[in-house]
Design a protein around this ligand. Sequence first.
Ligand code: PAN
Ligand code: ZN
Length: 214
Amino acid sequence: MNDQPANPSTSSATSSATSSGLTALLAHLDLSAGQLEGQPKFERRLSALEDIYADKGAFQEVIARSDPVVYSVSSLELGHGAGDLHCGLGVIQPGRVGQEFFMTKGHLHQWREAAEVYIGLSGAGLMLLEHEHTHEASTLPFGANTIVYVPGFTAHRTVNVGTEPLKYIGVYPARAGHDYGAIRARNFAQVVFAAPDGYRVLERSQLVQQSTQR
Ligand code: PAN
Ligand code: ZN
């Protein structure tokens, strides 16, 4: 059995969480503000998300009117050692660009083995998952009272298909890192569109065929 860390060079790193004392390990969730109290928060506006939307015309229409905050993440990053964990409180606003919903950029972890646990707190959404090597793609319901386990080597994107903010916590290895570039060029294979009864999931390849047949 191999129970050694994958990268021995980081195995002797000291956890800053434990070295700063156990009293510093408590954080309060301010769910209405979408903030882990006292922790940094970043906001992603629509203008930073042009690549992810299929309908470029619809994107231009929305952006001409305003540049709304699509989502925010407030992060708790206490330790940076090989065994440490980080977590982030994500809040995706309800909204659409044409028939597509507000959603995250989506990424693979830089350290590809790194898995993540997503815990849904409120709202109604979906998790798009796509394995980097097998290209297996899956869209799972995700929101209040659900947990999605994102395995390593799996690109993940979160979509708000509801009418209220989708709030969740993601917990991941401190050394996971974010790799946005690998998925940016091809985008996710599955696309979520609004439908009269909620949403429908299409293959992006179908979408391209439909638009070239018109
Ligand atoms: C999450 C994401 C968060 C925002 O904390 O970072 O949902 O999505 P993007 O990073 O794709 O913009 C996470 O998966 N961390 O690893
Ligand atoms: Zn992640």
